[in-house]
Structure formats: C-alpha cells, structure tokens
Design a protein around this ligand. Structure first.
Ligand SMILES: *Cc1c(COP(=O)(O)O)cnc(C)c1O
Length: 403
C-alpha cells in the first residue's frame, strides 16, 4: 500500500476523513447540486448575514474607486493602496490603537505569534482550546510555552507563579469567543492578573466575536470597555464581517516591529483592494446592525433552552452516564454545541439531521477532546425561530431512535 492510501485509510478507520464539497448558497440554505435537497446551513460564520450586503456595496463609489482584483505584490513592495491605510485609520479611531492589516486570520496569528517569539525572554501561556493558527505560530517559533486548561484561571495562575519570575515577558494567548465551545474568555479576570504579574501581556483573538458583540459590534474587549488593557487584539474579517482579511490592533512600536518581522505579511501578496474596500464598507456601517445582533442573541437563547430540554428528556439515550444538560449543551453565544460522545455517534446524528434537511457539522476528536464529539450549530441573524424548531425536530428523531 502506498503512503497516501495508508494515511487516508487510517483517517477513514477513525471516522476522520475530510472531503471537499461545493455548495450553492441561498440565504439560510445551501444546496450541493441541482438534484440534492436544500439544507438549512448551521455551518456558516456569516453571523449577521452581511454577505447579503454586497449589493449595496456594488453600487457604491467606494467599490468603483477600488475595483482592483489584485494588489500585485506584498505591501512591503508596491501592494499598499490608499484603501489599506483608510481601513487601518478607521479601526484605529474605533479602538484607539494602531492597526495593521493581514491577509487572513490564519496569516495574522501564525505570523504575529512567530514574530512575538523573537522577544528576548518571552514565555507564552495558551488556553488549550485556542485555534490551530495560534498553535502553528507556536510551532514555528523558538519560544517556550505552556498550555492552561480551557478558561481555567486557577491553572493559569499556577503556571504564572511557576514561570513569571523566570521570564522577562509572559504573553497570555486566548480567544474572546471560542469556536468549539461557544463560550467566552474570562477577559476581566485575565486583565486583573496583570496587577499580580507585572510582566504580563494579553493577546486576544476576536475572530468569532467581532461584529457580534457590543452595541457597536466591535467585539468582546471593546464591549467590556477593556480594549486599552489588551495588548494585541486580532480581528478576522471572514466571519461576521462577511469579508476576508484580518488585522492586529496594538501599540505603535509593536506595529512597526510586526511590519519588520512578520513573515506572513512580508512574503505574501497583499489582499486585493476590492476586498479591503468591502471590509471598510462593513466596518463603517457596523454600528447599524444592532437589530441583527439582538435577534441573533434571542435565537441563541431560544435554541439553548430547547436543546437543554431535549437532552434532559432523552437522558436515557446518553452514552456518558455522568452527563448533565450543562455539560452536553455547550455555548452561550451564536455558537452552540450538542455533545454526543464518540465520533461515530456524532456522525450518525449528522447523517440523520441531513436527511431532515439540516446541515450541522460533526466536530470530532482530535479537533476536540476525546469522547466529546459533537454537532456544532452556528446561528445567523438570517434565521428565524422556525428554522431552529426544524433542527430540534430532527434531533428529536435522532434521540427517539436511541442512537
Ligand atoms: C477562523 C479563525 C481564524 C482564521 O481566520 P481566517 O481569516 O479564516 O484565516 C483564526 N482564529 C480563530 C479563532 C478562528 O476561528
């Protein structure tokens, strides 16, 4: 057997083979091909439904001025356009920090973490659930690091007590809203640790919270009014912003340092001006989408309540005897997960929901800890309560058959 077949077979055996699929997107639905039935899409990160705003953008002067589909080179060469600066200035005004654009959240995290690892005597403390792009930055770096249990402040403090004295700088890296569990970092408590440990900095990934939280939709740090206490805020534009790209918000010297050391910025062609212009368009209107944010929050509350009721009702169907509805229904945001246990069981649920017109991805080990395989539901403001009821009915069907 050749190397590739062997590797792929191992994935098949553990129910982890990934494949690519193409969909047609129509509002809250996706369709795989003309013969397939339409599926209600619970896998979209377009939380506010802003991809539907492109028509307004297409008619704008902003779009016409920036109708370039390539920037032709790295921003360090000639790939910088006026719109890059304009978007940075807008975000700088909003956050009162300097801003530097990246091509994607992945480029930002991997590049920023690697360049921060060049700080002499730096030590990273990572929440164990942070995104792959952060771990990849760590893997590239020569820095020492430790992982603390997810959102576990006691464990983090223990690691700080052990290490803060030994290193010049400690950087906590965490996410504002976690993509797997749909829960928030205890940001205020993390900031309070800066009083205990003087050499502490915070790096916050707001990929899932930007657009969705705060009256202005500017994310968790800003909604709590603590953005000045967070040293590095990473925003990704591919989720609620409905665009592509990312940025870091930081102090002016850090920005200049990143321009000089971040290889994912230096050695990659900058985003096309047209995409940067769309991000600018969305950010300049972000405060206007409060109705969508409120609606999304209401959907989340409704769905969480009913998922918990469903789990309680079917307590006998659980694989895990020591379950409680609290640890099987995860999340208190637009991301909610139903923990089902084994990879096989999560896949079975995915299949049954598919038959009922629901697309909710099965998230499996090793992406998440063993025996916590789950269905993840990402809600968007385009949905209505009846869509959620449809998903609940399909889940009822899954449980009724004692899967
Ligand atoms: C999606 C995501 C990223 C990567 O952002 P892209 O712009 O999609 O590359 C980074 N961090 C987190 C937490 C994410 O969910």
């Amino acid at each position: 057997m050749d190397f590739f077949t062997q590797a792929l077979n191992a994935l098949k055996d553990s129910h982890n083979l990934r494949t690519l699929r193409d969909f047609k997107h129509c509002g809250v639905y996706i369709v795989e091909n003309p013969k397939a039935k339409k599926l209600l899409n619970f896998a979209s990160n377009d939380y506010l439904g802003l991809s539907t705003q492109s028509a307004a953008f297409l008619d704008s002067a902003l779009m016409k001025e920036n109708a370039f589909f390539s920037s032709s080179s790295s921003r360090l060469l000639s790939g910088g356009f006026e719109i890059s600066h304009k978007l940075e200035s807008l975000l700088e005004t909003m956050f009162n920090k300097t801003c530097l654009l990246f091509n994607s959240g992945y480029h930002a995290n991997i590049g920023l973490i690697e360049s921060l690892s060049r700080i002499e005597g730096v030590f990273f403390l990572l929440d164990s659930f942070v995104h792959a792009s952060i771990f990849d930055g760590i893997k590239l770096s020569r820095a020492r690091f430790a992982r603390f249990r997810h959102n576990d402040l006691a464990h983090l403090r223990e690691l700080l007590q052990k290490n803060a004295g030994k290193y010049k700088e400690c950087i906590i890296v965490t996410e504002a809203l976690f993509s797997m569990d749909g829960d928030f970092a205890p940001l205020k408590e993390l900031i309070a640790l800066k009083k205990e440990f003087s050499n502490l900095k915070i790096y916050l990934d707001e990929a899932h919270s930007i657009g969705v939280y705060g009256d202005l939709g500017l994310g968790l740090a800003k909604s709590l009014g603590v953005e000045n206490e967070v040293d590095f805020i990473m925003l990704a534009f591919g989720k609620a912003i409905g665009s592509v790209g990312a940025c870091v918000l930081c102090e002016i010297n850090a920005r200049e340092f990143f321009i000089n050391f971040t290889r994912s910025l230096i050695y990659s062609t900058a985003l096309p001006p047209i995409n940067i212009a769309f991000s600018y368009f969305v950010f300049s209107h972000l405060a206007d989408f409060n109705a969508q944010r409120v609606h999304l929050q209401e959907l989340s509350t409704f769905f969480k309540k009913n998922l918990s009721l469903l789990v309680e009702k079917h307590a006998d169907a659980q694989e895990n005897a020591d379950f409680t509805p609290q640890n099987l229904v995860l999340g208190n945001s637009q991301i909610l997960s139903l923990v089902l246990g084994s990879n096989e069981r999560a896949l079975k649920a995915y299949e049954i929901l598919g038959k009922h017109g629901i697309f909710a991805p099965a998230i499996r080990y090793p992406t998440i800890p063993k025996n916590t395989a789950r269905l993840r539901f990402s809600l968007t403001a385009l949905m209505q309560q009846e869509h959620l009821e449809q998903a609940l009915c399909a889940l009822e069907e899954f449980f009724a058959h004692k899967h």
